[in-house]
Design a protein around this ligand. Structure first.
Ligand SMILES: [Mn+2]
Length: 317
């Protein structure tokens, strides 16, 4: 700021709330970044409680506490620095335009943005929105080659249709499975009575997908779980915030008890980053109207993404 007399300037609570206070780049044909964040503020395909359209802004606001610096973030547990601004360029691309009442047009906007971000060589990181936004995200990844999906969620999201509708937040994984370039999916954290039927679980398993509950993964151990991820392959990681235990994320449309704890999700994400090349990330279903007054859920989302970006970049250093 040219009007600042005393430093430090640009602290978390000042300035414009881009993701992690990164520079704004809305010209996706001229994007020069390693990691590019896009908001997808769309919740017109939600089956239950709406509000996830306000997710991107709340996550961005919470993320300003993680402003990147030249040295990066020091992790005392690993005695190492993560996400140095000297080495890694993060950009915030703003939001894919939400077209009121027009899901197809809104999805086109998300798909087009993700394709341009991936084409630029940046890692697309999409802030939802309800989980249906993973449908256009996966469509926008049609130029990156075949990839696996790591899906952290309480729900399988494999329903075939809702009435005549094929596009809603209970079916992103089935829609992804229909894409020729989507290989195996790892559905992690699945539990409770969700929307998917037994036949949906059977369909997922019949294509080779892995479905594990939090209890099953605890019994296996986290190293055993992440050892299931094939080495050297590409991964799209889609995180539904309700994969975490309901106590950690009140601000979501369908919270579920018996869920994953913070360190457990971090173990899965660190394992994903170590297994292969992460080609896209989304984090969905943060619905700020139901969040507690301290903004726990948005803070959890921002922390999860910053840690994951740290693991992804560390694996490449
Ligand atoms: Mn979901």
């Amino acid at each position: 700021m040219n009007f600042t007399v005393h430093t430090p300037a640009d602290m978390g609570l000042t300035g414009i709330a881009t993701f992690a206070k990164s520079p704004l780049c809305t010209d996706l044909t001229n994007l020069q970044a390693d990691i590019a964040v896009l908001g997808a503020p769309c919740d017109i395909a939600v089956q239950g409680k709406p509000g996830a359209r306000m997710g991107p802004r709340a996550i961005r606001d919470a993320s300003t506490g993680f402003r990147m610096s030249e040295d990066g973030f020091y992790d005392p547990e690993r005695d190492d620095y993560f996400l140095s601004a000297r080495r890694w360029k993060l950009a915030d691309c703003g939001d894919a335009d939400y077209v009121p009442g027009d899901l197809a047009a809104t999805f086109d906007n998300i798909e087009n943005a993700v394709r341009l971000m991936a084409r630029s060589g940046a890692l697309p990181v999409v802030l939802g929105g309800d989980h249906s936004v993973s449908i256009p995200v996966s469509r926008g990844l049609d130029e990156v080659g075949d990839f696996n999906v790591i899906h952290i969620d309480a729900h399988l999201d494999w329903t075939s249709h809702c009435g005549d509708a094929l596009l809603f937040n209970g079916c992103p994984c089935r829609r992804m499975a229909e894409l020729p370039y989507v290989k195996r999916m790892f559905h992690l954290g699945i539990r409770g009575t969700g929307s998917s039927k037994k036949s949906d679980y059977d369909d997922a398993r019949s294509r080779g997908d892995v479905i594990l509950s939090p209890k099953a993964m605890r019994a296996m151990g986290w190293d055993q779980v992440t050892a299931l991820f094939p080495r050297g392959e590409k991964y799209y990681v889609t995180i539904d915030i309700d994969g975490f235990d309901a106590v950690l994320c009140p601000g979501t449309g369908a919270p579920s008890f018996g869920g994953l704890l913070f360190d457990e999700v971090m173990a899965l994400l660190e394992g994903a980053a170590a297994a292969g090349q992460v080609i896209a990330v989304d984090l969905v279903e943060v619905a700020p109207p139901y969040d507690d007054r301290s903004g726990t859920t948005a803070h959890l989302a921002a922390t999860t993404l910053m840690n994951f970006l740290g693991y992804i970049t560390k694996a490449q250093e």
